[in-house]
Design a binder for this molecule. Structure first.
Ligand SMILES: Nc1nc2c(ncn2[C@@H]2O[C@H](COP(=O)(O)OP(=O)(O)OP(=O)(O)O)[C@@H](O)[C@H]2O)c(=O)[nH]1
Ligand SMILES: [Mg+2]
Length: 710
């Protein structure tokens, strides 16, 4: 296997709408490079890229595949990214390690959700971007509509470099503005000829506009353009490359991936116009701000952006070399935790096939196996440059959460291990073992993502697992003062138990005055782990309860605070005044006072107009302006209060406060209200009292559950 020099490497990610043809295009690219002599198809389940069991089953991509092709002496590393928005974790990681995003657009549908999501991340990461209008052979292909939509959504930087002459059935020709030729595709070959008269004027007009736009990327070229009124082909290529790298221009090219038309020319274009790893205007930086120049002479900086488990090989770690070379048998250091690792093999990937190479040059993307413990987002360096830590990929936070439980408790451990595995290779998943909710909570990117997890449990791990809505972390509190007492008395055989506690409970709020009915001798304020406070006042006079029993009483109260009297949720914001009690000279002990404290507290709590509080979240929902009405109505149905809205371009962001209890599966509802185009974020705001009817139904549900348990 050949070793490619940095200047001959191009790294691209194929991104964009679901089913726009990325995997088919990747296959055609491999074919054009002579890596395969027959093109597979997604429908025939024999592509290089969609090789995983789940992908063969579903006939769409689920994970990013690393593959490569060679064209014009350049190695093009291709990351074929799944298009469904639920897999955007894969999209983000891919865009973090390539020099350009190639956004594939289905000419029959124009700009889709996936096109927008890809654009959003490319913009955020400042990644150069080009569009490929695919499916041009399809009957309903509409190039002009697609271009208009691209310009409408992503602005005037979208620039046509090729247009089809005969789109739809029988498609086989495009006019190429940069080459200034007509391209005809026949039997897998491309012929170039002069642009026919009927298209010449349009082509020339577009070429001149392109020349002017591209020239503006560089002062020297602009001067040449002013002098000569044109640029040579060489100058135009240079100008284009600069403009693309600076995100001043987003080229639009044409293909039919299925018929392998335009693909070779696209590869040639990538080779000429996407910067090599050491040519980028903005080099990747380490956390310390050092620029990584992709120079073989520098020490190794290899960044793990993906990991996967293989049945036979174990963990496969995918690495992007941001600096220096990586060689077989090289000793490296995981600069995130200083642990030593050895790279036993450097492997070049072509989907599931891997080939060993002696070494890879700076800028290349490879994989390795058998590392001890290297996770996504960690950096491998030489022992000399362990300060070089590459900035982490910011994975999307979950928008959909479910509680996960093994159907059979014997499988608890296996399910736990499987979940950990899944979260290790997919960082857009999160896992939390919630003590409060007594549930394991899995966070993911939506219904389809969850469905994928279910598939793995059914087919790969073969474990039966239940997925349910997460419990809501309610809180309990009181709204008026009340008094109660409890005497715990037990006589069994020899020694007995005796403790009597009288207390006054009050609702706590910041800055409240002390009650004056019982003089306070000592006061303790406890901020609670779960939010809010407990104030514990000792108002005992005349030694009716010994000070040494006070901690036991407090402990009893805390136990009840942890499992509130109404629904077993945490209680908060309460003042307890212990003002009287009784002891027995022999039978009083800590246990007795703990029980008395706990029970008296429960009784007082129940008489103090107890209320349930629920978590309220600040919600920001961004939706296409035309679906704003429906989204608003839906939010109101969820007891949300709309706080305001801002319009930006085609989108409106609604800001609202909504109870968490009403937001279960919101991402699914929003998706159907906005045809998948809406996005939202949620952050905790406060705890507020629930409406009376909600409280009634919660109490009833708790009672029923308690009865069932009995
Ligand atoms: N007619 C036509 N069909 C195409 C073309 N490209 C892809 N297809 C078909 O479109 C469907 C989806 O193609 P894929 O290559 O799986 O699309 P994708 O973008 O990889 O899909 P995801 O990975 O799920 O986002 C398949 O049935 C392909 O055969 C094309 O240029 N023309
Ligand atoms: Mg695909």
């Amino acid at each position: 296997m050949k070793i490619y020099q940095t200047s001959d490497i191009r790294n691209i990610a194929l991104v964009g709408g679901a089913k726009s043809g990325k995997t088919t295009l990747a296959e055609a690219m491999a074919f054009c490079g002579g890596l395969i002599n027959r093109r597979g198809s997604v429908d025939n389940k024999n592509t290089i890229s969609d090789y995983r069991d789940i992908e063969l089953d579903r006939k769409y991509s689920v994970e990013t595949t690393l593959m490569y092709t060679e064209y014009g002496g350049k190695k093009v590393n291709i990351l074929d990214v799944p298009g469904f928005a639920d897999y955007q974790g894969e999209l983000v990681s891919a865009l973090n390690v390539v020099e350009a995003a190639v956004v594939v657009v289905n000419a029959q549908s124009g700009v889709e959700v996936g096109t927008e999501v890809a654009n959003r991340y490319a913009a955020k990461l400042d990644s150069p971007m080009m569009f490929v209008i695919n499916h041009l052979d399809a009957e309903k292909a509409n190039f002009d509509d697609s271009v208009n939509q691209l310009k409408d959504f992503f602005g005037g930087k979208c620039t046509v470099l090729q247009f089809p002459v005969n789109q739809g059935l029988g498609f086989n020709q495009v006019v190429d503005i940069v080459a200034n030729k007509l391209l005809t595709f026949k039997d897998g070959k491309m012929e170039m000829s002069d642009i026919p008269a009927e298209h010449a004027d349009r082509a020339e007009e577009m070429r001149m506009a392109l020349v002017e736009e591209a020239a503006s990327a560089d002062d020297a070229l602009m001067e040449k353009y002013f002098e000569n009124g044109d640029l040579t082909a060489e100058e135009l290529t240079k100008a284009l490359k600069l403009a693309i790298d600076k995100r001043d221009l987003f080229p639009i090219l044409c293909t039919s991936a299925k018929e392998n038309m335009g693909v070779a020319r696209l590869l040639e274009f990538i080779g000429q116009n996407v910067p090599a790893p050491d040519e980028v205007a903005e080099a990747k930086k380490t956390k310390g701000g050092k620029e990584l120049k992709c120079n073989n002479a520098n020490p190794t900086v290899a960044f793990a952006f993906k990991s996967a488990k293989d049945k036979n090989l174990g963990e496969i770690t995918y690495l992007r070399l941001f600096d220096g070379e990586l060689a077989e048998a090289q000793d490296v250091v995981n600069s995130c935790n200083q642990s030593k690792e050895r790279v036993s093999q450097v492997l070049v990937c072509s989907g599931k096939d891997r080939q060993r190479v002696e070494k890879a040059c700076a800028g290349d993307i490879v994989c390795t196996i058998k590392l001890k413990d290297v996770k996504i987002n960690q950096t491998l360096t030489t022992p000399k440059n362990t300060d070089d830590v590459v900035n982490e990929i910011e994975f999307p936070t979950p928008v959909y959460t479910v509680a996960v439980k093994a159907a059979n408790s014997n499988d608890d451990e296996k399910v736990g291990a499987a979940l950990k595995d899944l979260c290790n290779s997919d960082r857009s998943l999160t896992l939390e073992n919630s003590r409060e909710l007594r549930q394991v909570i899995l966070g993911c990117q939506g219904e389809l993502h969850l469905n994928t997890i279910k598939w793995y449990f059914d087919n790969q791990y073969k474990l039966e697992v239940n997925f349910t809505a997460p419990n809501i972390p309610y809180r309990e509190t009181i709204t008026k003062s009340a008094e109660a007492m409890y005497r715990h008395k037990k006589q069994s055989g020899g020694s007995g138990q005796f403790g009597e506690v009288h207390m006054l409970v009050e609702p706590y709020y910041d800055g409240m005055p002390n009650q004056t009915k019982y003089p306070i001798r000592d006061t303790q304020e406890y901020p609670l782990e779960w939010g809010g406070k407990l104030v514990f006042n000792n108002c005992i006079v005349g030694g009716s309860i010994d000070a040494r029993f006070m901690p036991a009483i407090l402990k009893g109260i805390m136990e009840k605070m942890e499992q509130g009297p109404l629904t077993g949720s945490y209680a908060r914001d309460i003042v307890v005044n212990i003002y009287d009690g009784k002891m027995h000279p022999v039978d009083s002990n800590e246990t007795a006072f703990k029980i008395a404290g706990r029970t008296a507290f429960r009784e007082a709590f129940k008489q103090a107009a107890p209320k349930i509080k629920e978590p309220i979240y600040d919600i920001a929902v961004t939706v296409p302006t035309e679906s704003q009405g429906g989204v608003m109505t839906d939010l109101q149905g969820r007891r949300a209060i709309v706080m305001g809205m801002d319009a930006e371009g085609k989108y409106t962001t609604l800001r609202a406060k909504a109870p968490l209890a009403e937001m279960n599966r919101y991402c699914t509802a929003l998706s159907s209200l906005t045809s998948g185009r809406g996005t939202f974020t949620m952050t905790f705001s406060s705890y507020e009292l629930v409406p009376t009817d909600v409280q009634q139904s919660l109490l009833k549900a708790y009672e029923e559950a308690a009865n069932e348990e009995e």
